[in-house]
Design a protein around this ligand. Structure first.
Ligand code: CAA
Length: 279
């Protein structure tokens, strides 16, 4: 995977701890193993400029996935998750820079997809272009009833650039993906639910509570088993059936080398609640 040079503004080390200082990201590391990363660029409805993309890359690259068991990604405010890549930056780009900008987003989003922990998008409002692509890099999405999804790029004279053509077609099928991308139309949350782009829709004030509830259910389960399951689901995307099944056989086997497998099954047989250690 190609490395991205971190921006000087992004992280520093005070000798003991790495200190994250971001311009466009806020984060909350909670006691219950859930971390919330919020994209915050209110003047542009949380649009993704190259600094935000580098910050996301840095954040994900340095996330402690032992402490954080579920990552939630959201946007600041109720109006917008992310309204796309930053058009005021892209307007000045030519072919080479366009390619590099696309790579920057694609690499950061691929790192989200490959995190060894589940990532949930809490989609609050506009989820357009690069915003929809960010949400699709997450494992699944819950939306607020005011969310709007779309890939409006062709109306700006460009294609989706942060792996939207790839992930949208995989997620909702080529027919719906082509319709959304060719027309550039925005769809409402209920339509996104119907075509499988999101898993659930809630009132805006309820959204984060519901996402956290689901995240807590995940945290209660065995982290290594979840990691292996995620690896199987991700990898089998691009595999023939025999390889995908073999990978599952191997990861299933690996679970039996963990203490959590013994703890989980013993607790079940003793009619107790299991307590998992992640080893
Ligand atoms: N880039 C830069 N600025 C943006 C932006 C974006 N993607 N989206 C919104 N903004 C800015 C607006 O320019 C405006 O700034 P000013 O106040 O300085 O004028 C501010 O955010 C508020 O936006 P609006 O006044 O337009 O708010 P609205 O409620 O009337 O409309 C909207 C909201 C429908 C989301 C509209 O802002 C919009 O259409 N935004 C662009 C959406 C878009 O095309 N996204 C795809 C970008 S391309 C892409 O993402 C490529 C890729 O795949 C990598």
């Amino acid at each position: 995977m190609q490395e991205i040079a971190p921006l000087p503004s992004v992280g520093r080390n005070d000798g003991k701890n790495r200190i994250m200082e971001y311009i466009f990201l806020k984060s909350e590391v909670r006691e219950d193993g859930i971390t919330i990363m919020t994209v915050s660029a209110p003047k542009s409805l949380n649009a993704l400029n190259s600094t935000v993309l580098r910050e996301i890359d840095d954040f994900v690259s340095n996330l402690d996935t032992q402490k954080t068991r579920v990552l939630i990604i959201t946007g600041d405010g109720e109006k917008s998750f992310v309204a796309g890549a930053d058009i005021s930056e892209m307007v000045h780009l030519y072919e080479k820079e366009g390619y590099e900008f696309s790579k920057l987003g694609a690499i950061a989003f691929r790192k989200i997809e490959l995190l060894p922990i589940p990532v949930i998008a809490a989609v609050n409002g506009f989820c357009l272009g690069g915003g929809c692509e960010l949400a699709m890099a997450c494992d699944f999405r819950y939306a607020s009833s005011n969310a709007k999804f779309g890939q409006p790029e062709v109306g700006l004279g460009i294609t989706p650039g942060f792996s939207g053509t790839y992930r949208l077609a995989k997620l909702i099928g080529q027919g719906y993906a082509k319709e959304m991308i060719y027309t550039g139309k925005a769809i409402r949350a209920d339509e996104a639910l119907r075509i499988g782009l999101v898993n659930a829709v809630y009132a805006p004030e309820e959204l984060m509570e519901r996402v956290i509830e689901t995240a807590q259910k995940i945290v209660a389960n065995a982290p290594l088993a979840i990691r292996y399951a995620k690896e199987c689901i991700n990898e089998s995307y691009d595999m023939v059936a025999a390889d995908a099944i073999e990978l599952e056989n191997r990861n299933f086997g690996k679970c039996f080398a963990t203490e959590d497998q013994k703890a989980g099954m013993t607790a079940f047989l003793n009619k107790e609640k299991p307590s998992f250690k992640g080893c």
